[in-house]
Design a protein around this ligand. Structure first.
Ligand code: COA
Ligand code: AMP
Length: 629
């Protein structure tokens, strides 16, 4: 089949408003929008102003009204607990309405924030949709974050209410969530007045009288209540999702209702090539953007069945679990991070587990969240005998910026490239002075404004921070903070970040935030945290510390204290497990730490002596400490 990509992209570029107006016809509006795009509203313009809609209505009710009530909407497959549970569209709606009734009874209404701090259980999805139904703004916090990170999000979002669970489950251990929540509320300056706690049978927790409600009790008392979908403005926020910024202060990415629905619905068919009624699986977590867009909203807006998987690609129980889930539930497309495939490949290099399952209904594998190394892509292609699609996007955009558009017809694959720009995104590469870089030349990857429907209109309560962080470096463009190049055929190559963000097992983390923690240790005079290459996780953080003069403590002790501190303050997900003590940090004469050179040394890559270094001998010490000499 010849690809419709070029014609579609051209059609978008010639008349973006006509293009998105057509896509918007796939969504049910309570009141049509006045304009497709208004450049005078918001920071750089707003999509679909004047429109009234409801995301929960489009994800559930309208499918039920059109005969999908008996179709499965959600399958929870949890090898970590040995449980499987499925819900039809009608059943999800009943659960969501009951919870929405509880929320309304607790005084939650349009615009109020609700934090959801939950593991991968169906109630996490119901909570998101219940908020959407009544116009409340949800903010899901990933379970792997520690109490201070949760507190930082509570302080910024100022939720009236938190929905959480007694525990999460990781291989071989139960993680008590409730003490983390209680500690976070203790630390937070603004306290939510109510918490709804899901008691999981693996470990129940004590509820605080007067503050905590039992999820199951509250919902069962409200069962059968009909809660209509509250009309919200297309430009009203659906959710705020915090992501790592360049400091310890996370950025609250705002997602609106109208543009988000339009973009996700369009992407399911045209980018992912999935039809309503089919089974789609994003093996991520609801705490990340992938979980928001492609576990919950995208598949449900499109009338698909979505899989909520509580497990790991390996060890729950083995490297065949992905294939078992695909075969058992008839998954047509899987979306995961390359790190999951590196873990599977390490455990099952010959793909023996793949051959044990019937993957005849499975069509496409999508990889994103970090650079997909060609070796992993080729391994997956060889063993699955299906297209493997690397695609690139960010929490900020909420949907792919670039990919090989399966739904429009595949283009030739170029290994190492996450494909071509999707409609809505005019991707360019600029040098540090803002001049266009010639094809093939590495530079700053930027997107010409305006961003398309669904991309962030701003940061939560922080228009100025939004402008400073994304829009001022290259006027007229959104700065992705990725470095890369575009080749003669328009294929984009994303090589690294231009800020201090690292990607650990597909999780976006700030080394700056880790440095803030490490620097607080009483024996640390100075430190730098950099991301170093890891065969499975892509990158892992490594801390370099200079001890205070006179510190006589054992470095091994300090090391384990630092590891503990990062785990306590940021969370286990930071995977901060390595500390190297050095006499000094390599710096330029103006005092800038030479992080890029340190990273090259750590990764065993060729490096040249920076001309501006103040003391070259220090690099030898670092090489020796890392065993690179
Ligand atoms: N709640 C609490 N702790 C969590 C958690 C959660 N929801 N998720 C992870 N953690 C903990 C893990 O238990 C681990 O703790 P440990 O240091 O005590 O072992 C730590 O955080 C790091 O977790 P993770 O990054 O998942 O590493 P892992 O070694 O447990 O597993 C992979 C490695 C590759 C199997 C895993 O990262 C994975 O499945 N990745 C899939 C891709 C993915 O989900 N990407 C998200 C964006 S698309
Ligand atoms: P997140 O906001 O967590 O989705 O992380 C976004 C960042 O992950 C991007 O800015 C990139 O640095 C990186 N990233 C995501 N997908 C890809 C990809 N396919 N190839 C290379 N880098 C990617």
């Amino acid at each position: 089949m010849t690809s419709r990509y070029h014609e579609t992209y051209r059609r978008w570029k010639e008349d973006p408003e006509a293009f998105w107006a057509e896509a918007a016809a796939e969504i049910d509006w309570f009141k049509p929008f006045d304009r497709v795009f208004d450049p005078r509203q918001g920071v750089y313009g707003r999509w679909f102003p004047g429109g009234l809609c409801n995301t929960c209505y489009n994800a559930l009710d309208r499918h039920i009204e059109r005969g999908r009530g008996g179709q499965l909407a959600l399958i929870h497959d949890s090898p970590l607990t040995g449980r499987k549970q499925s819900f039809t569209y009608a059943e999800v709606k009943a659960e969501v309405e009951a919870l929405a009734a509880v929320l309304q009874k607790e005084g939650i209404g349009k615009g109020d924030r609700v934090i959801i701090y939950m593991p991968m259980v169906p109630e996490a999805v119901f909570s998101m949709l219940a908020c959407a139904r009544i116009g409340a703004v949800h903010s899901v916090v990933f379970g792997g974050f520690a109490a201070p990170e949760l507190a930082a999000r509570i302080n910024d979002a100022r939720p009236k209410l938190v929905i959480s669970a007694s525990c999460g489950i990781e291989p071989g251990r139960i993680l008590a969530y409730k003490p983390l929540l209680d500690r976070a509320i203790e630390l937070a300056e603004t306290k939510p007045t109510r918490c709804i706690i899901l008691q999981r049978e693996q470990q129940v927790c004590e509820l605080i009288p007067g503050r905590d409600l039992d999820y199951a009790e509250a919902v069962s008392a409200a069962r059968g209540t009909k809660i209509p979908c509250v009309p919200v403005a297309a430009t009203d926020p659906l959710y705020v999702l915090y992501t790592s910024g360049t400091t310890g202060r996370p950025k609250g990415i705002v997602r609106d209702n109208g543009g988000h629905m339009v973009m996700l619905k369009w992407s399911m068919q045209n980018e992912f090539g999935v039809k309503p009624g089919e089974v789609f699986w994003a093996a991520s977590d609801v705490g990340w953007v992938v979980g928001h867009s492609y576990i919950v909203y995208g598949p449900l807006l499109h009338g698909c069945t979505t899989i909520l998987f509580e497990g790991k690609p390996v060890g729950t129980p083995d490297a065949g679990v992905y294939w078992r889930v695909i075969a058992e539930h008839g998954v047509v497309a899987l979306f995961t991070a390359p790190t999951a495939f590196r873990a599977i490949r390490t455990a099952d290099p010959d793909g023996a587990f793949i051959r044990r399952h019937d993957l005849s209904r499975f069509r496409t594998l999508f990889l994103a969240g970090e650079r997909a190394d060609p070796e992993t892509v080729k391994w997956a292609e060889r063993h699955l005998e299906k297209p493997v699609i690397d695609h690139w996007w960010q929490t900020e955009t909420g949907a792919p910026i670039s990919q090989n558009p399966v739904g429009l017809g595949m283009l030739p694959v170029k290994y190492g490239s996450p494909g071509v720009a999707m409609p809505g995104f005019d991707v360019q590469v600029l040098d540090d002075y803002g001049k266009p870089a010639p094809p093939g030349t590495l530079g700053n990857v930027v997107i010409k404004l305006p961003l398309p429907p669904g991309s962030l209109p701003t940061l939560w309560n922080a228009d100025e921070r939004f402008r400073e962080a994304y829009l001022t470096a290259f006027p007229g463009y959104y700065k992705t903070a990725d470095a890369g190049y575009i080749d003669e055929d328009g294929y984009i190559f994303i090589m690294s970040r231009t800020d201090d963000i690292i990607n650990v097992a597909g999780h976006r983390l700030s080394t700056g935030a880790m440095e803030e923690v490490v620097a607080e240790h009483p024996d640390v005079a100075e430190c730098a945290v950099i991301g170093i290459a890891d065969a499975v996780k892509g990158q892992v953080p490594c801390g370099f510390v200079v001890l205070r003069a006179g510190s006589s403590r054992d470095i091994a002790e300090i090391e384990s204290e630092l590891i503990g501190m990062v785990r306590e303050r940021i969370g286990p997900v930071a995977a901060f497990k390595r500390v190297v003590a050095v006499k000094r940090l390599p710096k330029t004469r103006s005092g800038k730490i030479l992080r890029a050179t340190m990273q090259k040394i750590a990764d065993g890559e060729a490096w040249t002596l920076p001309a501006t270094i103040d003391d070259p001998a220090i690099l030898d010490e670092i090489s020796a400490a890392l065993g690179r000499r």
